[in-house]
Design a protein around this ligand. Structure first.
Ligand code: MP5
Length: 201
């Protein structure tokens, strides 16, 4: 299986994702306010770019099964972006800020991976979502429901999101493992760690 092979090549880095201070501090509610504010604006830019990436992938999806899975992902971004906008309004934050070079690099890489074709694009999509699901699911059961960031953690650790990530994995498993896919997976892992390093070390 392609997904299993990709994950087993990245066990050490995956542990760093699960154990990242950003995840632990968000769950505990101890993340400094400024760090969350910074992340919120950066990630808002990321998610809007990600929406464009999903649309590009939909255009090159090979069949209805793939298009249906991607349509579910696109639909979920509507309430997700509203969650960001509501949090920003609460906090008096301007979300329309210049993204970091890392964020520009990551989102440019997403676009490039879609242009490289379906096998690479779907692998990158799965990798991004799998990292988020595994990270937030690892703190789901220990996060208090009244913690200030609980809504964000629930968004990426819900049973619905789990099912979506599974379906993406099924699409990746239809593809043969190549060196390009392995390199892409490794890149996503490094981008994810660096993105959180921007705000919490
Ligand atoms: C995701 C995200 C999850 N919001 N931010 C980063 C840096 N990586 C992954 O993607 P989505 O679109 O919010 O499910």
């Amino acid at each position: 299986e392609t997904t299993r092979a990709l994950l087993s090549g990245q066990e050490t880095a995956w542990k760093l994702i699960l154990d990242h201070p950003f995840v632990a501090q968000t769950s505990a509610g101890t993340l400094p306010r400024a760090a969350f504010d910074r992340w919120l604006a950066e990630d808002y830019y990321f998610v809007r770019s990600f929406r464009a990436f999903l649309a590009e992938l939909t255009a090159i999806a090979p069949d209805d099964q793939a298009r249906e899975v991607l349509a579910g992902g696109l639909a979920a971004l509507v309430p997700e972006l509203e969650l960001f906008e509501a949090a920003a309004a609460d906090r008096g934050l301007d979300l329309d800020v210049e993204p970091s070079l890392l964020n520009l690099g990551y989102t440019s890489y997403l676009a490039a991976s879609a242009r490289a074709g379906w096998p690479l694009g779907i692998t990158v999509l799965w990798a991004v979502e799998k990292a988020y699901y595994d990270a937030w699911a690892s703190v789901r059961d220990t996060t208090g429901p009244d913690t200030q960031y609980a809504g964000f953690i629930a968004n990426w650790s819900s049973p619905e999101f789990a099912a979506y990530v599974e379906q993406l994995g099924v699409l990746v498993d239809r593809e043969e493992l190549t060196a390009d896919l392995t390199a892409a997976f490794d890149r996503v892992v490094r981008f994810e760690l660096a993105f959180w390093d921007l705000v919490a070390g």
